[in-house]
Design a protein around this ligand. Structure first.
Ligand SMILES: [Mn+2]
Length: 328
């Protein structure tokens, strides 16, 4: 990206380990040669809201690099109005007419071959696979990465050089992901600057502040898992959380695992201003129709066979009732 030397711009990155590692790899390439800042959108939002846009407008004088985030078309149009746009990603998304859209998955490459944005960025920059490549991939795929023979060949090589193992790297990821789970947006934005100089896992494992985050998160999760829920209809456990933390997916998983034949339906109104997070886990008849009906209303929703996650506006709280009905 030599054309950016002497220019100034912003990296917009996802708040999770992969997003922060991808941004760190880009910083390694551009720091000192450009004037650059890092930014993550309002945590929980997969688009750019007014606040985000105001901030980006101030910092994006020449270029904007988006890493590990599939932003919608109107957000991309906004970015294009400010400067040259670069995207590095591995999510399925529309192809945009921008300066560079580096996403091998939409070019038909297998997602197995590009398990993370860190892999896409690293390869594009011609970097030798290292800790940051690997952390991004393990962060996104967790233990499922172990079944990916092609990528594991490289992961094993890197782990051998670093004298570390998969289990330890999962711990590193829990530490890195603790910042967004606690809603610490500024810490998320600072982390790529820290990671760009980290070569080995202990650089991260030794961070006292991150270890303290884990203690806070674990006790908050435990409190919620113990917390009151009602069997709102046969086979459906309903729980309203009141947590300032982004822990709903973990809480829902724990409730579902402890109640195998039931569906866990969890809502949290407190993490995102103006919005309600919803997570549903268990064997559902038709999860896809729930996702579709949320999307039809313009809400962000996703999931698989046994998990549904979405964010709905507080003013449409009655949609929760509809979802419960759809669970038949
Ligand atoms: Mn990713």
């Amino acid at each position: 990206m030599d054309e950016l030397h002497g220019k100034s711009g912003i990296i917009i990155h996802h708040w999770d380990t992969d997003g922060m590692c991808s941004a760190a790899l880009i910083l390694r390439e551009l720091e000192g040669k450009t004037t650059i800042t890092t930014f993550t959108p309002t945590i929980g939002n997969y688009h750019l809201n007014h606040e985000d846009r105001d901030h980006i407008k101030k910092h994006a004088t020449d270029f904007i690099i988006v890493a590990d985030m599939a932003l919608p078309g109107d957000s991309i149009d906004f970015l294009k109005s400010l400067g040259k746009v670069y995207i590095f990603d591995h999510h399925l998304q529309d192809r945009y007419d921008i300066h560079l859209h580096q996403n091998p998955v939409i070019d038909g490459e297998s997602p197995e071959r590009y398990p993370s944005a860190s892999w896409v960025v690293g390869e594009y920059l011609g970097s030798t696979p290292d800790l940051l490549f690997v952390l991004g991939a393990i962060g996104d795929r967790e233990r499922k990465l172990l079944d990916n023979e092609y990528i594991m060949k490289t992961v094993n090589k890197v782990m051998g050089t670093l004298q570390t193992d998969f289990h330890t790297l999962l711990e590193v990821i829990a530490l890195l992901d603790s910042s967004y789970k606690l809603g610490m947006k500024q810490e998320v934005e600072r982390t790529p600057w820290f990671l760009m100089n980290v070569q080995e896992p202990h650089g991260i494992l030794n961070r006292r502040d991150l270890k303290d985050n884990i203690v806070v998160l674990n006790s908050a999760i435990e409190r919620e898992v113990k917390g009151g829920r009602t069997e709102i209809k046969p086979g459906v456990l309903y729980q309203e959380m009141d947590s300032p933390y982004n822990i709903i997916s973990t809480v829902t998983r724990k409730i579902a695992w402890a109640n195998e034949n039931k569906i866990a339906f969890v809502v949290n109104e407190r993490f995102m201003e103006g919005s309600i997070q919803i997570y549903i886990r268990g064997s559902m008849k038709d999860p896809r129709s729930m996702i579709e009906s949320a999307r039809d209303r313009g809400y962000s929703a996703g999931g698989k066979n046994d998990v549904v996650g979405m964010v709905i506006p507080k003013k449409d709280k009655k949609f929760i009732k509809k979802l419960l009905e759809m669970l038949a």
